[in-house]
Design a binder for this molecule. Structure first.
Ligand code: 13P
Ligand code: SF4
Length: 304
């Protein structure tokens, strides 16, 4: 529980600052944020911000996206060293080599990629719109990185295309922990529950699920579905939001140990310190930002 004095201080500090938080953030940060969502909706929201400061509670590629979309605003992070390990799996140089090998292919990069590589992409995507974005492109051949499991998900839905994962083994350490046996066990323990999994999960897990969704699509499914129980195959932080929005329903993490340590680097202490001090400013080199913005804006246009 956040005490009344701290809440009053936060309200005052928020007068010139919007707080955006990803769905995996710790409960108190979710509670005081202005907007809590997945990567796609956070990008959309970031284009509408009017206050001069954005305190972004998430990981590097998300805050960089907000900075790219808002060159006239100051984007801050509680912990600027919250680097998503998957985003570092496709360095720009490696992508350049792959582009030379496949000159006719379109380049679609998951937003969970370092901004220098995203500056070389034709379009960005998130887990919520990857299939839609790839389907909208004319090119039959698509270089897709860095998540091989999201690439598999896209290929499954678009058999007419050739989705080439770059690198071949890019993955999220948290989501690859889920195994088929975990889904089988969860179904035995909760036979009435719907199983929702993230497309960063391994194919064997995706094949066992009822729905494959981004974190915000999971939240929408939980609200709309007639089911009263859900098994959640993503980072455990999402369960807090799901329960808060649906107190009459039950949410069981597919695996209690599916915790993203990077997301959790934004502690409550660091959050409060940054809201007060405003020191961790996220900047992107202007040329890189300009090119990465084009790929992001194309995504927002195609996923309308
Ligand atoms: P979402 O865009 O679905 O919230 O996913 C972000 C992420 O980092 C998943 O690991
Ligand atoms: Fe990166 Fe995985 Fe953490 Fe998402 S859950 S921020 S992909 S390490």
């Amino acid at each position: 529980m956040i005490d009344a004095k701290t809440l009053a201080e936060i309200e005052e500090l928020k007068e010139d600052c919007i707080i955006l938080a990803h769905n995996y953030q710790i409960p108190p940060i979710q509670d005081v944020a202005d907007f809590v969502a997945d990567s796609l909706d956070l990008c959309r929201y970031a284009t509408k911000v009017e206050k001069p400061y954005i305190l972004f509670c998430g990981v590097d590629f998300m805050a960089e996206s907000a900075a790219i979309l808002n060159p006239d605003k100051t984007v801050l992070m509680p912990e600027p060293a919250a680097h998503c390990p998957m985003a570092a799996m496709l360095p720009a140089e490696r992508l350049r080599q792959e582009k030379e090998r496949h000159p006719d292919a379109a380049v679609v990069l998951y937003i969970n990629t370092r901004v220098e590589a995203r500056a070389l992409a034709d379009v960005t995507c998130t887990s919520a719109n990857a299939v839609k974005i790839c389907a909208a492109l004319e090119e039959e051949e698509i270089l897709f990185g860095p998540d091989k499991n999201l690439a598999w998900h896209v290929q499954r839905h678009l058999p007419e295309k050739r989705i080439i994962p770059v690198p071949a083994e890019g993955h999220c350490r948290v989501h690859v922990k889920f195994k088929k046996e975990h889904v089988e066990r969860a179904r035995k323990e909760h036979p009435e529950a719907e199983v929702l999994v993230h497309p960063e999960c391994n194919p064997e897990v995706q094949l066992e699920a009822d729905h494959i969704c981004s974190t915000e699509q999971m939240a929408r499914r939980a609200r709309a579905s007639g089911a009263r129980e859900f098994v959640i195959g993503t980072e455990t932080g999402l369960c807090y939001k799901l329960k808060k929005e649906n107190p009459e329903k039950e949410f069981y993490p597919l695996l209690e140990t599916a915790v993203c340590r990077t997301m959790k680097k934004n502690t409550w202490e660091k959050f409060m310190e940054e809201l007060r001090q405003r020191r961790n400013v996220i900047t992107v080199e202007p040329g890189t930002a300009e090119r990465a913005r084009k790929a992001l804006e194309r995504m927002l246009e195609l996923s309308k």
